[in-house]
Design a protein around this ligand. Structure first.
Ligand code: HAM
Length: 436
């Protein structure tokens, strides 16, 4: 018979694989709660229309989509943003603003497989709706940083590159480009890091020759690496839109600085984000060594709720992926050891002892100890071997002799020392031993 494997790009989670993921999720939840975000969830299957022309060509081409038995065109969600916009839009008037929501869920993209990229992956999504000013960016970028710091990563492990599609629009429009040309140029800039100047062909193919002055101007923006670089350029250009936008930049970077986060953030206009719906500040998190693809990405998307049928509602958000995150934590030795060891292993005789032990096992489990015991009657020697291999620190021994005396033996498995305690004092003795 054929043996079955999981589909390419889909992962099985054996217990040792699931433990790190559970660790990520637990830390992310803790960070989101500390920031006052509320958790939501949504269906994995959505109507195909939700993504058409909204997420952008790249994601649209990667959809797992099909026609269901009722003739509906549906898709497995490739990202959460359209879904959360649909949900918030439907109840926008009833929700207290700002709406600060998060989720942890699986997503599906038919991607070419490579390191840190799969076809089913998990994301933490954090989004704020109803806040038009840069305070939302400050809150979200600091939450993103906290989600990574909460896992033990520091400023020499990762950083957030902050950029701004508005700044590009004002800059390129001041240079005479129309809206479509600016969009074409942003498409080229999105590929610049990978392709270098060859990326400009994306622009020239659609919009014709690129004058040298335009190229120089774009390269100049790409070379900006700090707020003072940006201030210098804006002062020189003396353009009102750019000058006003600089005030937002000062607010975002000033706020993050006041939170003690400057070391985690760098100004980098090379980030423009491939998704179609972003409208303002955009940002991505990377490992410092640059070995991995993006850890996280996000930005402002003020028009999407309305485009999907809701009211006009400003929004900012980001998502962290589990795959690159786990690779980075592994590289840095920051993944905790699998913690599935019992606290106590019960070694038990084959007769009435078993039922006597069951009562104590139930009582210990009820107060929260992890307790294991053999399912079958085994010799004591074999049971002690199992007890040691289980990783438990303590064995409780329920033999015929012990029960006849009304006691249980406690064996310290690392020291191989034993003491006898009266049956009714087992719970207290276990607690004293394990907390010592
Ligand atoms: P994204 O940049 O497409 O943004 O994905 C965010 C993160 O998800 C990436 O940085 C990466 O870590 C992870 N990721 C994406 N695709 C894959 C894949 N095929 N395999 C493994 N990991 C992957 C979004 O999804 C936006 N919806 C984020 C957002 C939320 N914007 C506003 N709110």
């Amino acid at each position: 018979m054929a043996s079955f494997k999981s589909l390419p790009g889909f992962r099985d989670f054996y217990p040792e694989d699931l433990a790190p993921r559970t660790h990520l999720f637990r830390q992310w939840r803790r960070s989101a709660h500390a920031y006052g975000f509320q958790e939501y969830d949504a269906p994995v299957l959505e109507s195909l229309d939700l993504y058409k022309a909204k997420s952008g060509d790249e994601i649209e081409n990667q959809l797992f989509s099909f026609t269901d038995k009722g003739g509906r065109e549906v898709a497995l969600r490739p990202e959460m943003t359209p879904t959360v916009c649909r949900m918030v839009g439907a109840k926008a008037n009833a929700l207290k603003r700002p709406i600060k929501w998060f989720s942890i869920a699986d997503f599906f993209r038919y991607e070419r497989m490579q390191k840190g990229r799969g076809r089913c992956f998990a994301q933490f999504n954090g989004d704020i709706f109803g806040e038009a000013g840069p305070e939302a960016e400050i809150e979200l970028i600091s939450l993103l940083i906290q989600c990574l710091r909460g896992l033990g990563l520091a400023a020499d492990d990762f950083y957030v590159r902050l950029s701004d599609r508005n700044l590009w629009f004002y800059y390129l429009e001041a240079l005479g480009l129309g809206e479509e040309q600016v969009r074409g140029m942003l498409g080229a800039i999105d590929k610049f890091e990978r392709l270098g100047e060859a990326a400009f062909e994306i622009y020239t193919k659609a919009h014709g020759e690129m004058p040298e002055t335009l190229k120089t101007a774009v390269l100049r923006m790409l070379a900006i690496k700090s707020l003072s670089d940006l201030e210098r350029l804006v002062t020189e250009l003396d353009n009102e839109q750019l000058t006003n936008r600089l005030a937002d930049w000062r607010q975002v970077l000033g706020g993050l600085d006041a939170m003690g986060l400057s070391d985690f953030v760098s100004v980098d206009l090379g980030v423009v984000r491939g998704l179609a719906y972003y409208t303002g500040f955009v940002f991505e998190a990377f490992d410092r060594k640059g070995d991995l693809r993006a850890l996280a990405g996000g930005g402002r998307y003020d028009d999407l709720v309305k485009k999907l049928g809701g009211p006009a509602l400003p929004a900012v958000g980001f998502a962290i992926g589990d795959m690159t995150m786990e690779l980075l934590l592994k590289e840095r030795g920051l993944l905790p050891e699998v913690a599935s060891k019992p606290d106590v292993y019960v070694v038990v005789g084959g007769g009435a002892e078993r039922l006597a032990a069951f009562g104590d096992i139930a009582a210990l489990r009820e107060v929260g100890y992890r307790v294991d015991y053999p399912m079958k009657d085994l010799g004591f020697g074999k049971q002690f071997k199992n007890a040691t291999e289980s990783g438990a620190r303590l064995a409780l021994i329920y033999g015929e002799d012990e029960l006849a005396k009304g006691v249980v033996k406690l064996r310290d498995l690392s020291q191989r020392e034993e003491v006898e305690v009266p049956r009714d004092q087992v719970a207290a003795a276990v607690r004293d031993f394990l907390s010592a």
